[in-house]
Design a protein around this ligand. Structure first.
Ligand SMILES: [Zn+2]
Length: 92
């Protein structure tokens, strides 16, 4: 005994296993699969983005911070060298 379902388009009883409505030709299974696939893709994208930002976000800013720190240290070293030279010249 088969349990029939009502077609979403024409409302007639059709088999739930039917890929398309035999009365109006409305596709049933492919539509459901497409919707499920879309939802899975969107969920996957969201999870992927969250993981991506969780992994790359902090490390990127850390690298940038390290770079600016290094640059500041180099500049400080240059200034200290200049000051030392000035002090030597002034001492003479
Ligand atoms: Zn139908």
């Amino acid at each position: 005994m088969k349990t029939l379902i009502a077609c979403r388009t024409c409302g007639r009883e059709i088999s739930p296993n039917a890929e398309a409505c035999p009365h109006c030709g409305e596709k049933l299974k492919s539509n459901q699969t497409a919707t499920g696939l879309l939802a899975a893709i969107i969920i996957g994208l969201i999870i992927g983005l969250v993981v991506y930002f969780a992994i790359t976000g902090p490390s990127n800013s850390e690298v940038k911070m390290n770079k600016t720190l290094l640059e500041e240290q180099r500049e400080l070293g240059r200034k200290v060298g200049e000051w030392n030279e000035l002090a030597k010249r002034a001492g003479r």
